[in-house]
Design a protein around this ligand. Sequence first.
Ligand code: GLN
Length: 476
Amino acid sequence: MTLKQVLQKIQSKEISCLELADFYLGNIKKKDKQLHSFLYVNEEGIKKEAKIADKNHSDINFKTQPLYGVPYALKDNILVENMPTTAGSMILENYNGGYDSAVVSKLRNVGALVLGKTNMDEFAMGSSTENSAFGPSSNPHDVSRVPGGSSGGSAVAVAADLAPFALGSDTGGSIRQPAAFCGVVGFKPSYGAVSRYGLIAMASSLDQIGVFTQTVDDATLVFSCLIGKDVMDSTSREIDKPKNKFNIENLRIGIIKENFGEGLDNRIRDKIYEAVDVYKKMGASVEELSLPYADFGLAAYYIIMPAEVSSNLAKFDGIRYGTHLVQDTEKSLIEDYAELRGKGFGKEVLRRIMLGTYTLSAGYYDAYYLKAQKVRTLIKKDYENAFAKVDVIISPTTPTLPFKFGEKTKNPLEMYLSDIYTVNANLAGVPAISIPIGIIKEEGKNLPVGMQITGPQKRDFFVLDVARAYEKAVGN
Ligand code: GLN
């Protein structure tokens, strides 16, 4: 069921809130042993809340509570009061979020109910969920393949009808890439459009909370419940509200040369061009552009992100948060920290902490971190120049189809290439969405393909409009 269908059923009382919660709990019971998209299911809690919602149903104004009675899933790095929040890490295994994150409060205020917390790569580092300390999730289209990551669990939950919508976080592609791999819509808003208060930070200048849904309309509805300046996040800000009625005939689409080069699966390339033709038929114009610094995005990202990671993760010392795994009282405090962090963090997390500590060190700061920041500014300017000529940029979301488990775990650099088309939007802080545009058959399985639409900063609703136009045209 799409969110729209769910709302229609709830608001007309065709089904009760409790029946709806039971429907999703039943789906989770049936399918999630195999898919492993949830790390925690709020079974008792949601039933209780759904019963109360049913009691109050007749007094509700659905204009002010548009998601009344609707269950949703959220990535396990977003805090919910009195629920576990692990960020996919052993170091937070028994950590209980002490308060509601801003997004959870906002969704509570519009009537939505927490169904559970979803699986993810540890501290959101990865592109497959294989870095989760609690085991990976599987792609519902072919369970021998990864669902993408790091918000893989949320993408799977929506794709397999285990939740009508889900929240994720996107630092370099972690919403869009799994959305593409699982055949759902994944939207990363402009930096600051949605408060990060209560999101466990990975790289604070890149992190953004966003949504997974089955349709663009659904994404727009959920997104509009999440936005707004929040005093608890000084980087949050208001975004542009749609002014003029969207008109596809004036739409100018940019295609970036650099996005169609080596490394892109030809079958994906063809699908993207077919989708661009759909826009052309509706009257949009298409122009080929160059973002000269786009090719350096991944390199800059893998300097800036680990630098912020090394700083953000310094607080996990096993004393203030999570379990204290080390029991030896003979040890010094420093030995205790070292052992705990060595045991509690997975390999990828340790790798990035080391990388970041190195690039921030006195001797290497100028050569790496500072240079990467300069490249970041050039990439931002690239986008500004491009958006002076075109309204949106269309590209593939991923260079490959969903890959098999284990295919990229031995070579971290190869895993990093999964984000080649997505990281630039985070570096520039611009909104970007991945929408499903078809399937490619491989080994007898139908594997989804995603297309990415990127727009100027703060024009999130415009990007959603452009995405919706495609969806309408192809009848999704
Ligand atoms: N896959 C990317 C990484 O490993 C992006 C992660 C993210 O967006 N959280 O860093």
